[in-house]
Design a binder for this molecule. Structure first.
Ligand SMILES: *[C@@H]1O[C@H](CO)[C@@H](O)[C@H](O)[C@H]1NC(C)=O
Ligand SMILES: *[C@@H]1O[C@H](CO)[C@@H](O)[C@H](O)[C@H]1NC(C)=O
Ligand SMILES: *[C@@H]1O[C@H](CO)[C@@H](O)[C@H](O)[C@H]1NC(C)=O
Length: 488
């Protein structure tokens, strides 16, 4: 029984009432959510982000075909892939990270995901992104990394189905390299090749071939990726992507060449405090720690680094602990913060599972000790916060529970569907009639995780407030990776 329950015995009615009203949201500690439902919705989100020709199996019916001539400026076929967030740009670098995370989740929790009937849907979400990366990799040393002029796109508020902003193309080549983007694409395709290994051998083999080629391109022509800056600028350099890609290639191919690569470049690895579209060190460290426990004792640098991350994330883990809100949410940055909460909990779940598999009870953080189940419990608290166990008692996933964000910062969701309103909604029209509207979005983009509350656990649900009200593909992917650990 929890503390407030015990108070009932002696307190007066008025005091009890006060106790229960102020700590109500945290009082029912055993509250559980329907995680299968949350997983299904988080995966469904990706269908709403689809660009290109929609298949017959499309379940998000308010979306239609869009951007059917992407790539035509340079006579290449770049139809498909995902819109990044609430806008209509296809940013290849974060898109690839999304595919890597979705693939990692599928590989790690295949049985559990299958048991709640989501495996086919999750595989489709991987494939929709992986197919686009394959299409964008037009030669061994050419990768298209962005479709759409981000400034032009952001000036308008248009549905993807009738957008008329420039679909400018950006690519990396030996003359204008972008190691982060090429290496992340390599990581994504290697991870996806494992997903399809026993499902479609030819496809899996093709993914692995492209991955190897992209990795070579990334490593041989080293240069920091800046084409999507200022929207996506690399702050962490490209060493994290190179290690992450090599770790995935090792896992997918078991070729010792990639293990040699991570070993000879192990000093690139750093202890960090975030796992994000920019910084993937922790991901690589987690994959390589699994190999450490399987006997590759020379990978201990990676184990030490990821444990240092875990010590920063765990409450009372040490001096450089990450901030949490009073409601208990990890708080790294006041913009798309749920990305960090979700990606951190994804890593905690993965780590707790790998400790269990290795028969290791827990980890030390200075004088503190955290068992694998304690690590998992904390990770679960982040998922629960997002689904509704928070001071506002609201879910930060659209369409989950009975209180959730109504003004998602998302063009397609906030303008009536092309199926209901076939007349074109132009650039400024969209802005005046829908962006500034006080009404809830007409299309409920089920499963979208928004940027989330501020440091005071507050959330204003305003369409214009993109830092808190916009979804992104990699945020949803990290959430998929967290909630999948809780199903079955
Ligand atoms: C949980 O959600 C799934 C999917 O929506 C549904 O099939 C199932 O019945 C729900 N379980 C409970 C216990 O409500
Ligand atoms: C797989 O590839 C092989 C060799 O290229 C080909 O013969 C076979 O028909 C392919 N299988 C499928 C299912 O496409
Ligand atoms: C690292 O360890 C593995 C397996 O224990 C071994 O095969 C490999 O040669 C080692 N590499 C180096 C550089 O020591």
């Amino acid at each position: 029984m929890d503390q407030s329950g015990r108070l009932v015995i002696w307190c007066t009615w008025i005091l009890c009432n006060v106790v229960f009203t102020t700590s109500d949201w945290a009082a029912d500690l055993d509250r559980t959510f329907n995680y299968s439902d949350a997983l299904g919705k988080a995966v469904l989100f990706f269908e709403g982000q689809r660009s290109g020709k929609l298949p017959k199996t499309q379940r998000v019916k308010w979306r239609g075909d869009s951007a059917l001539s992407d790539g035509s400026y340079e006579n290449v076929n770049l139809v498909g892939g995902y819109y990044d967030a609430g806008d209509n740009v296809k940013f290849g670098w974060p898109m690839a990270f999304t595919v890597t995370l979705l693939s990692w989740t599928t590989v790690e929790y295949e049985k559990e995901i299958k048991s709640v009937m989501q495996l086919e849907h999750l595989r489709s979400s991987v494939r929709w992104g992986a197919d686009f990366i394959l299409r964008a990799h037009v030669s061994p040393t050419t990768l298209y990394t962005q479709v759409g002029d981000a400034n032009g796109d952001h000036q308008c508020w248009e549905r993807p189905e009738d957008m008329d902003t420039p679909r400018t193309l950006y690519k990396i080549t030996p003359d204008s390299p972008g190691t982060e983007a090429a290496a992340e694409a390599a990581a994504a395709l290697a991870a996806a090749s494992i997903v399809f290994n026993h499902v479609n051998t030819n496809y899996s083999r093709k993914l692995l071939q492209h991955s190897k080629s992209l990795f070579e391109f990334a490593d041989k022509f080293r240069g920091s990726y800046s084409a999507s800056c200022p929207f996506y600028c690399s702050y962490s350099g490209y060493q994290d992507e190179l290690l992450w890609a090599a770790a995935w290639l090792y896992k997918a191919s078991r070729n010792m060449k990639y293990l040699g690569y991570v070993l000879s470049n192990q000093w690139w690895s750093q202890p960090t405090s975030e796992f994000s579209w920019d910084n993937k060190f922790v991901g690589a460290q987690t994959l390589l720690t699994k190999e450490f426990y399987k006997g590759k004792k020379n990978l201990s640098k990676f184990k030490n680094d990821v444990e240092s991350f875990i010590c920063k994330v765990m409450p009372d883990g040490g001096s450089s602990e990450i901030l949490r809100t009073n409601g208990g949410l990890l708080f790294l940055r006041d913009s798309s913060n749920l990305q960090y909460a979700s990606s951190s909990s994804m890593v905690l779940f993965m780590y707790s599972k790998l400790l269990k598999q290795a028969d290791i009870h827990g980890i030390h953080c200075g004088s503190k000790y955290f068992s694998s189940s304690r690590i998992k419990t904390f990770a679960k608290s982040q998922v629960d916060y997002i689904l509704g166990k928070n001071p506002l008692k609201m879910s930060y996933m659209v369409g989950f529970g009975n209180k959730y964000p109504l003004q998602l910062h998302h063009r397609a969701s906030s303008i009536p569907s092309i199926k209901a309103h076939s007349t074109k909604v132009g650039c400024d029209d969209g802005r005046s009639s829908y962006f500034y509207s006080k009404d809830p979005n007409p299309n409920i983009h089920i499963g979208s995780i928004v940027g989330g509350p501020d440091l005071n656990d507050q959330f204003s649900d305003l369409r214009s407030d993109y830092s808190h009200s916009e979804p992104t593909t990699y945020m949803n992917a990290a959430f998929v990776g967290s909630v999948a650990a809780l199903v079955a």
